[in-house]
Design a protein around this ligand. Structure first.
Ligand SMILES: CC(C)(COP(=O)(O)OP(=O)(O)OC[C@H]1O[C@@H](n2cnc3c(N)ncnc32)[C@H](O)[C@@H]1OP(=O)(O)O)[C@@H](O)C(=O)NCCC(=O)NCCS
Length: 159
């Protein structure tokens, strides 16, 4: 799956990630997710899976953000598998732009975007709510430490 266009922000670009970004994405996952980082093997699978969209944010040749998503045909929904921005670069609009780029690239094939987020992840929840996502249900004890996962959805059929 290909995002197509390169989006240029103030000082960063959003473009398709490739297998050559694997180590950078692995480091980013570890920095972003102290409790839930995907291991290298899982990230390798994501890098090779034919139906997965992979977007990266780059500043000065440095990978500072990553999003993986997948369109699930029977649901007519795109699921965000992971999204992370390097802690030093958070709060600059990179997460928001990664999200909107994924929505834009998938919207011809899906009716909504969905994701799961830790109940305690107020920062990510704020981003999702500000960009049109709404809570739809809860996976009880979804995470390995027993925390609930909130499922959020954004309707892409409206404008
Ligand atoms: C969640 C995450 C991807 C957001 O990326 P980001 O680049 O920091 O987000 P943005 O700069 O685009 O900010 C967008 C929104 O996030 C929220 N946000 C950003 N910085 C924030 C801060 N310092 N404090 C509180 N909220 C903040 C705001 O709601 C902001 O909306 P606004 O533009 O209307 O103010 C990033 O914080 C991250 O990587 N977190 C760790 C990994 C993670 O939790 N991923 C999500 C798993 S579901």
């Amino acid at each position: 799956m290909n995002a197509g266009a390169v989006v240029i922000g103030n000082t960063y670009t959003i473009s398709d990630a490739s297998i050559f970004d694997l180590v950078g994405i692995w480091r980013l996952e570890q920095a972003c997710f102290p409790k839930d980082a995907y291991d290298l093997f899982t990230l390798l699978n994501l890098a090779l899976a034919p139906n997965v969209m992979r977007l990266k944010a780059v500043i000065d040749n440095r990978l500072v953000g990553f999003l993986a998503g997948e369109a699930v045909r029977y649901e007519r929904a795109g699921w965000i598998i992971t999204i992370g921005v390097s802690p030093r670069y958070q709060g600059r609009g990179i997460g928001r732009l990664l999200l909107s780029s994924a929505e834009q690239a998938m919207r011809s094939r899906i009716a909504s975007m969905k994701l799961t987020v830790r109940r305690s992840n107020t920062r990510a929840i704020a981003l999702y709510e500000h960009t049109g996502y709404r809570w739809i249900s809860t996976y009880r004890a979804y995470y390995h430490d027993g925390e609930d996962g909130l499922i959020m959805e954004k309707d892409l059929t409206m404008a």
